[in-house]
Each structure stands twice: as structure tokens, then as C-alpha cells.
Design a protein around this ligand. Structure first.
Ligand code: ARG
Length: 584
């Protein structure tokens, strides 16, 4: 089973083929003008151009070939050669009755897909900059797994850069390294106090290094020693990382974002020297001004792409080096067919350099896809990158708390969840808050910037997380009422009337939304779909009798249809990383 449009594409494609025209021109999609037709196929115009024929005549030959097909209730040629199609209600009934897995067929791709959507730097509090990577990446992972891809989400934390040298340098200058070295990490309070210590110490150390070149040099030297695994730097670092990972895990869990691999830049260190040797042996890497670099510029570049630095003159490794070595490791351990980086759009130059170096060195075979799925910036209402009221960097945990507070107020205003006990209410507010944050983010085209406006995104009206969640809960509570009345509708015979048709047609579009979301690593296609379905159900609910329908057969059919919508909504929201509360 597929989407309705895919199903029709096969039929129309065969009609094209029967006229000796390419079958793929028979592509059918939901109509741009639902008032005129349910579906359309624009292939006759293209086919006519190729065959140097009149487009309406080509369309007519296809239409003639389709005419003995009984699934169409209308076949029409419009304008220059559009083929407009409607299907019969009997077809719709058959489609929905035999639907499995919401029409989604599993991919036949057997190899791994590695998704890189973390990137927080250890020893720094996670901030909103990490929010988009997490939300988009986790949703892409969920969507691809649902399609049957074997996905591996890697947090790929930043743990091998100069920021580590700064922090370790500060501990040593103050002769306070024992606070870290002797810490008992099994003790939660110790872990907590160390995290707070990093949060104060790192900005202090970083500020000092930026203001004083000697301190900056010291941080760089320590970083090189750390990368050579010298003591005590390495032991201090290990503990810092352990503490940070614990904090990170909590925040990601709070957000409902999961990873399979908790690796970082440091984990690939041992791949670096062999990789650099290999690049030198292939005459690709060379020494320039003491540093080891690889050229990545290509003929036809519009702007100059500087060489990628593999090793600095002091022997230190860079961000690009660890990213290259990470690809070496991923190829070796997982043999992936795709590696996708859900990382800030502003890092596009970095990824271009890394991918080119990797391709040049043939570290991955040509059929392995390397994609930087970049995203835009989350801005405040002033249009500038989102900050705290005081202008500082907003911590992710603080942002979540703010959203929960707002969601609680919204539930109160709307008089929702008023009859449930406090613990469940808190859980509802949390789910609403997470849905609000995620839906506000995911509904945008990935590359666009967007404005984080807590008032708007927590509203129960409009294109928001709370709205789609609430619509789903509403359908579920309708179904609960039916069950409480002992109405058995699960095996009902589906009756597709005028009023029911739009919903069935929409249910048959879900696989198309999923295909678009996967093809572009773009969950906004799914948001678009969910919002449409929620709205369609809302008007259905307002326009027809469901539970109060007097005709029993029709009532049961509508309950069954509602159940289909609820199940799909719940599944689709799960793919965006949202959980529907049992009631609200
Ligand atoms: N740690 C990096 C940063 O904060 C992000 C890492 C993204 N992932 C990657 N493989 N480069 O900018």
C-alpha cells in the first residue's frame, strides 16, 4: 500500500506507457485546485514537448486509455493539457479498509544512515543554539526509522578544542584541579556542584584568554598536551567529560531527544595520524607555513575555498580534522550509505571543506551521501539571535522551564485539564510545552530563520503545537465516550459520503508528506500535513454528527474514520518528537 497519489501514478503511468510515452510522466499528485478535482497529472505537456505533439491530443490518448478503469469517477482535460482526476468513493473505501502502516512502505535500503545532530561543547551549559539541531535531527531520525532506515544518531560533542585547554588551565592556575580529580562522580550532589563550577569557571577562563594573549597561548599549549593524552590534563579532562555528559543526557531527555551514540571529537583521535599519513602518501596533504593542509578549491568555485588545516604548526588538531577523522571511523564501523549533519547553516563552509577533502581522498565511495542539512537561526522578537532579557546566552533548561510556565498559564486560561489531579496536570503542561517549542521550530523550512515568540507558540489557536495536540486529544475523548457507551465500531463498514471524503483523501496523503520530509531532511512537510489534518477534522467535527448520528451504520463508520485520524495524528506527532496527553 502507498499513498493514493502513488497508487494512481502507477495506473496513469501504465496508460502513458501504453501510448509509448515514459511511465514516470504519469505522476499524479493531489490537485492544486481541490475545488476542480482531487488529483492532477501534468505529464502530458512534457510528453507532448518531447514527442513534438499537441499536448491536448497526448492528454486525450492517455484519458482514452484510462476510460475503462472503474476507479475514476471523473477524468477531464483542462487548460493546455492537465489531466484532472477524481476517484470513486468505492475506491476510497477500499483504500482505507486495506491500509497498513498508514500506507508507508518500508525502504529497501539496508545500510546504515548516520545522523549527526548534537554538537554541544562539554563544560559549557547547553544553550538554545543546540536546540534546533536536537529538535530537527531527532525528528529526522524518527521519520527515517519509521520508513525502515537503520539510523544511528550521534551526539558528536565538542570535547577536543581549545575551550578544554582554557578550562583545564584555569583549574591548574588556581591549583584547584583536585576538585575535579578527586570528585566522586557517583554522588549526584558532587556532579551537580561540578556542573555549576564549570558554568562559572568556563566563561571566566574564556574571557581571560581572549583578553590576554599569554593565557590564550597557555590554553593552546594545554590543548596540545591534552590531545597527546598527557597527565594530569587527560585525567582532568576525562572527569570533566563524564560530568558534562551526565548533564547533557538530562537536558536531552527533558526535551525528548534521543541519541544512539554518545561520542565526541576526542573519540576519533587515534584515527588522525594514520589519516594524515594516508593523505600525505596520496600527495594530497602537504606542509604550508608549518601547518599540514589539504587543498579543497575546485575549478569553477564562485568564492575562494581556503585549504583545510589538518594539523596546526604546534601539532594541534582542528575542528575540520576531527570531522574528517570521524568520517573515517564511521565508514569503518558502520559502513553507512548516508551521513547527514544537522548543524547550523553558518557552518556550511566548514562542511564543504570537509566533504571535499574526504571525496578527494576517496575515504568514502561515491555512492555514499554526505549532506550538511543546515538550519537557520532562532531569533528573538527583535529579529536578533535569541537571548535572555539581560542579553546573555539563554540556557536550554531555562527555556524549557519558561515554556512549561507559559503552557500552565495557557491551560488555566483555556480552562483545560481543570478536572485532573496536580501531577497529571503538570505532565500535560510539560507535554504541551515541548510540543509548543518543537512545532514552532519544525514547521519552518529548515534553512529559514524564525522568531521564537513564546506567547504565540503556546497558543491553542493557529498553527501551533498546542493546537494539534488538543485536536488529537479531542478525537480521542470522543472515541472514549463511544467506548464508554459500549459502541463497537472497530469492524464497521466504512461509508464514504460527501462529508467524509475530504478526510479519507487526506489520510491517503500521509506517505507523500513523509517522502518529502525524508527527501529533504525537512520535517516541516510533516507539520504542514498534520496541521491540515487537524483542521480538516475540526471542520468535520463541526459539520457532521458523529456520536450523535442517528443512523447507526453511519455513526459507526464515522467513529472508525475518527479513530483512523486519531491514530495517524498520534503517530505523526510522535515522528516530530511530541507526546499526546491522555486527556486535557
Ligand atoms: N561542537 C560544534 C559547535 O558547537 C558543533 C558540532 C556539529 N557536528 C559536527 N560533526 N561538526 O559548533
Amino acid at each position: 500500500m502507498t499513498s493514493i497519489a502513488q497508487d494512481l501514478s502507477k495506473i496513469v503511468g501504465a496508460a502513458f506507457e501504453a501510448q509509448n510515452l515514459p511511465a514516470d510522466l504519469g505522476l499524479v499528485r493531489a490537485s492544486d485546485r481541490p475545488d476542480l478535482a482531487q488529483f492532477q497529472c501534468n505529464g502530458a505537456m512534457v510528453a507532448a514537448k518531447q514527442a513534438k505533439k499537441n499536448p491536448r491530443e497526448v492528454a486525450q490518448s492517455v484519458v482514452d486509455a484510462l476510460s475503462n478503469n472503474d476507479i475514476f469517477s471523473k477524468i477531464e482535460i483542462a487548460g493546455p493539457g492537465f489531466i484532472n482526476l477524481n476517484v470513486t468513493d468505492a475506491y476510497l473505501k477500499e483504500y482505507l479498509t486495506t491500509l497498513e502502516n498508514f500506507g508507508v512502505e518500508p525502504t529497501d535500503e539496508e545500510r546504515q544512515v548516520v545522523l549527526d545532530y548534537g554538537g554541544p561543547n562539554i563544560a559549557k551549559a547547553m544553550h538554545v543554539g543546540h536546540l534546533r539541531a536536537a529538535i530537527i535531527g531527532d525528528s529526522v531520525r524518527r521519520i527515517m526509522s519509521f520508513k525502515g532506515y537503520k539510523t544511528l544518531g550521534d551526539v558528536h560533542m565538542g570535547d577536543w578544542g581549545t575551550h578544554m585547554g582554557m578550562l583545564i588551565g584555569d583549574y591548574m592556575r588556581e591549583d584547584e584541579q583536585d576538585i575535579v580529580l578527586n570528585a566522586d562522580l557517583k554522588d549526584a550532589a558532587t556532579v551537580q556542584s561540578l556542573m555549576e563550577d564549570f558554568a562559572v569557571r568556563y566563561p571566566k577562563a574564556s574571557g581571560a584568554a581572549k583578553a590576554n594573549s599569554d593565557l590564550m597561548q597557555e590554553a593552546r599549549d594545554i590543548t596540545v598536551k591534552l590531545q597527546d593524552k598527557e597527565e594530569p590534563y587527560y585525567s582532568i579532562w576525562q572527569k570533566i567529560r563524564e560530568v558534562s555528559v551526565e548533564g547533557m543526557k538530562k537536558t536531552y531527555e527533558h526535551l525528548g531527544v534521543e541519541f544512539d551514540l554518545w561520542k565526541g571529537e576526542a573519540d576519533v583521535h587515534d584515527y588522525i595520524d594514520p589519516m594524515v599519513d594516508d593523505l600525505k602518501a596520496k600527495n594530497l596533504a602537504y606542509i604550508s607555513e608549518g601547518a599540514c593542509v589539504i587543498d579543497v578549491a575546485e575549478d569553477g568555485d564562485k568564492k575562494e575555498l581556503p585549504p583545510l588545516i589538518l594539523k596546526k604548526s604546534d601539532g594541534g588538531v582542528m575542528y575540520g580534522t576531527t570531522d574528517c577523522a570521524t568520517i573515517v571511523e564511521r565508514v569503518k564501523l558502520y559502513n553507512p550509505v548516508k551521513i547527514v549533519y544537522i548543524v547550523d547553516q553558518r557552518q556550511s563552509l566548514h562542511f564543504e571543506q570537509v566533504f571535499r577533502a574526504i571525496r578527494k581522498a576517496q575515504i568514502v565511495s561515491d555512492n555514499v551521501e554526505l549532506t550538511h542539512a543546515g538550519f537557520g537561526t532562532m531569533n528573538g522578537k527583535d529579529g536578533k539571535p535569541f537571548k535572555t532579557r539581560e542579553g546573555g546566552v539563554m540556557r536550554l533548561e531555562d527555556l524549557i522551564s519558561m515554556a512549561i510556565e507559559k503552557a500552565t498559564a495557557r491551560l488555566n486560561d483555556a480552562n483545560l485539564a481543570s478536572e485532573i489531579d496536580e501531577a497529571e496536570r503538570a505532565d500535560v503542561a510539560y507535554k504541551v510545552a515541548i510540543a509548543a517549542i518543537k512545532f514552532a521550530d519544525l514547521q519552518n523550512q529548515r534553512q529559514s530563520d524564525y522568531i521564537f515568540d513564546l506567547d504565540r507558540l503556546t497558543s491553542f489557536e493557529g498553527k501551533t503545537g498546542p493546537y494539534v495536540l488538543y485536536q488529537t486529544v479531542r478525537i480521542k475523548s470522543l472515541l472514549d465516550k463511544a467506548k464508554a457507551q459500549n459502541i463497537v465500531f472497530q469492524d464497521a463498514d466504512l461509508i464514504v459520503k460527501e462529508e467524509d471524503r475530504a478526510l479519507v483523501l487526506l489520510l491517503g496523503q500521509f506517505p507523500d508528506a513523509l517522502t518529502l520530509a525524508i527527501g529533504n531532511y525537512a520535517p516541516h512537510h510533516l507539520c504542514e500535513y498534520i496541521f491540515k489534518l487537524a483542521q480538516a477534522f475540526s471542520s468535520f467535527y463541526g459539520n457532521v454528527h458523529i456520536l450523535s448520528e442517528e443512523n447507526e451504520a453511519l455513526r459507526n463508520s464515522r467513529l472508525l474514520l475518527s479513530q483512523n485520524v486519531a491514530a495517524l495524528m498520534e503517530q505523526a506527532l510522535k515522528l516530530l518528537g511530541m507526546t499526546v496527553p491522555a486527556r486535557m
